[in-house]
Design a protein around this ligand. Structure first.
Ligand code: ATP
Ligand code: MG
Length: 421
């Protein structure tokens, strides 16, 4: 399942950038090596999404060699070099342990050799080095052989590596899932015994890794592996969540149509009993998510409940058009739909198909018609400004969506009725 990685298979843009930076370093008497995800992806026949380089050159050297650099983490040896319109991350060979916050090692010692740099990397397949100028491959930890056997293995003593940085437990699951790799038995048993290391990982790093899983090719499989390893219940209190147990939640994710982080968390943390929502939100909050996510997930839940309500109502007496149209135009609608389908496969089939058909028959301007009643009409009709305005604007829009107000005359007559009400 793996082949010898070659620069030839790197997307042209990335190859050009990597070569340009490597050439600049060569003129300064240094070699540069493509390393990490890019070389792993080349070996697996997947197109790399970025090109990170490693080199013995110190950050100051890079700043001297290249006119345009940006020190992202200079203390950790990472400098972004701008070359031919592209940005390439160059990291100085280093030897270190102990990570604390957002993917930054807590202390760093620069290393002299590539071999030493390889020792600090997490998995053997992430410790492959490829020279972008000569295509020479260095594989000090046997990463290519592991990939050939479809195997994911820690560099060095697995137990130690997970204790050093508990985030590697999550990276293990993500990479195994993403590439369909088997976790080497020694690595797997070390992972199961290293669960305590999760305590030392900041919520921000955990969230970032979960987001990478959610955006990746195998979100449900990633979580299934985390579950198998015993990691999942320990994340942010997931194991103590009321309602369906964590294994069932993972099974539901298998049915979730792909669609980003908000949908992923809304589905994973869904509370069938509305009373349990607060607790589910606390689990999300413990990961210290950005506000957009923390506020977006409960909005998806509201939309799921509204969707259920609409579908139930579709079976009975007429549902006002305004009700399902408001739902359909909500920004969370598609996420709510996907979450609901994942949790309730096969329920309300007929109603769901009908709702889809109704929505599909509408043009965008049907969902968001230009309002016939605005604050201007309210002002000129003489209704005193106040909280009632918002209610009237909403009621007028409902009437418009329901097809009761079609013209300006309808709107003025409607306003006159409100005034006398
Ligand atoms: P992706 O393709 O998803 O970006 P990646 O392996 O490139 O995967 P990065 O987070 O970009 O992941 O890390 C780049 C490289 O840095 C890894 O391939 C690995 O060699 C090393 N690395 C990253 N995180 C760790 C860690 N927590 N411990 C040890 N090495 C790490
Ligand atoms: Mg990467």
């Amino acid at each position: 399942m793996a082949r010898r990685p070659s620069i030839e298979h790197l997307p042209a843009e990335l190859a050009r950038a990597a070569r340009a930076v490597a050439e600049g370093l060569r003129l300064g008497g240094r070699r540069a090596w493509l390393v990490g995800g890019a070389v792993r992806d080349l070996a697996l026949g997947v197109a790399p999404h970025d090109a990170d380089l490693a080199s013995a050159a110190l950050p100051e050297e890079l700043e001297r060699l290249f006119p345009r650099t940006y020190a992202v983490g200079k203390a950790f040896g990472t400098v972004v070099v701008h070359c031919e319109g592209l940005a390439v991350q160059v990291t100085t060979f280093r030897a270190e342990s102990g990570y604390d916050d957002a993917r930054r090692p807590s202390h760093v010692r620069f290393a002299n050799s590539l071999e030493e740099d390889a020792e600090r990397r997490d998995f053997t397949c992430n410790a492959l080095y490829l020279d972008p100028l000569t295509d020479e491959l260095r594989d000090p930890t046997g990463g290519l052989a592991d990939l050939e056997h479809g195997r994911l293995r820690c560099v060095g003593d697995a137990a130690l590596r997970f204790t050093e940085d508990g985030l590697r437990l999550l990276r293990l699951a993500r990479l195994a899932a993403q590439y369909g790799l088997e976790i080497e038995p020694g690595t797997a048993s070390a992972a199961r015994s290293a669960l305590e290391a999760l305590r030392g990982v900041s919520p921000e790093r955990v969230l970032a890794e979960l987001e990478r899983m959610a955006a990746g090719r195998a979100p449900a499989r990633s979580l299934a592996i985390l579950l198998e390893l015993g990691v999942l219940p320990r994340l942010a209190g997931l194991g103590a969540l009321a309602g369906p147990e964590v294994g069932q939640r993972v099974a539901v994710l298998e049915r979730l149509a792909p669609g980003g982080t908000r949908r992923f968390f809304a589905t994973l943390l869904w509370a069938p009993q509305a009373a349990d929502e607060q607790q589910a939100l606390q689990v999300l909050g413990a990961l210290r998510p950005p506000r957009a996510l923390l506020e977006g997930v409960p909005r998806v839940w509201n939309a799921v409940r509204e969707l259920e309500g609409c579908l139930q109502a579709l079976g009975g007496p007429a549902v006002p058009r305004s009700r399902w149209m408001r739902l359909a135009r909500a920004a969370e609608f598609e996420d709510a739909w996907a979450a609901w389908r994942a949790w309730q496969p096969g329920s309300f089939e007929r109603e769901a198909a009908e709702l889809r058909a109704r929505i599909g028959a509408l043009a965008p301007e049907d969902l968001r018609p230009a309002p016939l009643v605005t604050s201007r009409e309210l002002a000129s009709s003489g209704i005193p400004r106040g909280p009632r305005w918002a209610q009237l604007l909403r009621a007028a829009e409902d009437a418009q969506l329901d097809g009761e107000l079609r013209t300006r005359e309808d709107a003025l007559a409607w306003l006159a009725r409100q005034l006398s009400a």
